[in-house]
Ligand binder design. Structure first.
Ligand SMILES: CC(C)(COP(=O)(O)OP(=O)(O)OC[C@H]1O[C@@H](n2cnc3c(N)ncnc32)[C@H](O)[C@@H]1OP(=O)(O)O)[C@@H](O)C(=O)NCCC(=O)NCCS
Length: 215
């Protein structure tokens, strides 16, 4: 009798385990589908909003030129972002978006002194849900190759971006900066970005600020 009870309990637990595995699998699939849908929505929204933006114009800055990204820059831009962001580059939706609208949403710095120009700085923009509500555009990332840091290039790219987006109907630029990132914060503050809120980013485990530079 005890033997039968043992076998039926074992069967029940195996059944329960399979059932919970299936639920886990279904939740995983739903998360993948919903993140895929999110990526598609992000692309469509940003594609249509970019139609109203002018092209970023080129401007010389010493041995560098600050410009909108061309198709030929994208590989180097993605490499730079990956290098400066712990290996995280653009996802598929951003790759497609910047292939189409990089000249309106990506400010790059190219070094001119070598025979082949090379991208050594990038300022990345897109529209989030909050930007739509507040009529801003989001600076998702700014980065300068380590050898060229400290030469005022972040200030130059941010100023260029301010001039560029000022030409559209957008009323400001938003960004998020970790409190510990003194270089990025100083550059933003110098150009008039003001802290709107301070919060703890649980995913990053860091204190961060949401800032806006109104035009
Ligand atoms: C943040 C970053 C883009 C700044 O670029 P940069 O071209 O080196 O910065 P700039 O030369 O334009 O300097 C801007 C201001 O920051 C200051 N600054 C630059 N590096 C600094 C540092 N390491 N610590 C403190 N202040 C610094 C400069 O002195 C300058 O202020 P000042 O004009 O009052 O002197 C660059 O450090 C970087 O790529 N970091 C890695 C990626 C990153 O953290 N991106 C930001 C994500 S939000």
């Amino acid at each position: 009798m005890d033997y039968l009870v043992f076998l039926s309990s074992l069967g029940f637990f195996i059944y329960l385990k399979r059932f919970t595995d299936l639920i886990g699998l279904a939740i995983g699939k739903m998360k993948t589908i919903s993140s895929g849908m999110g990526e598609i929505k992000f692309f469509i929204k940003n594609f249509f909003l970019s139609l109203n933006l002018p092209m970023i114009t080129a401007q010389t800055y010493g041995d560098f030129v600050i410009d909108g990204a061309k198709l030929s820059d994208l590989k180097e831009v993605n490499y730079l972002v990956r290098t400066l962001k712990d290996g995280v580059g653009f996802g598929l939706s951003r790759c497609i978006l910047y292939t189409i609208a990089g000249g309106k949403l990506l400010v790059v710095t190219r070094r001119l002194s070598k025979s082949v120009p090379k991208v050594i700085g990038v300022d990345v923009f897109y529209f989030n849900k909050r930007d739509l509500a507040e009529n801003t555009v989001h600076e998702g990332f700014i980065g300068v190759e380590s050898t060229f840091q400290g030469r005022g290039l972040s200030l130059a790219m941010r100023s260029h971006a301010l001039e560029h987006f000022r030409k559209s109907s957008i009323s400001g630029i938003s960004t998020r900066i970790s409190v510990s990132n003194e270089a990025s914060y100083r550059s933003a503050a110098k150009l008039g970005f003001r802290i709107i809120e301070r919060y703890l980013d649980k995913n990053m485990g860091e204190e961060r600020c949401y800032l806006i530079r109104h035009f």
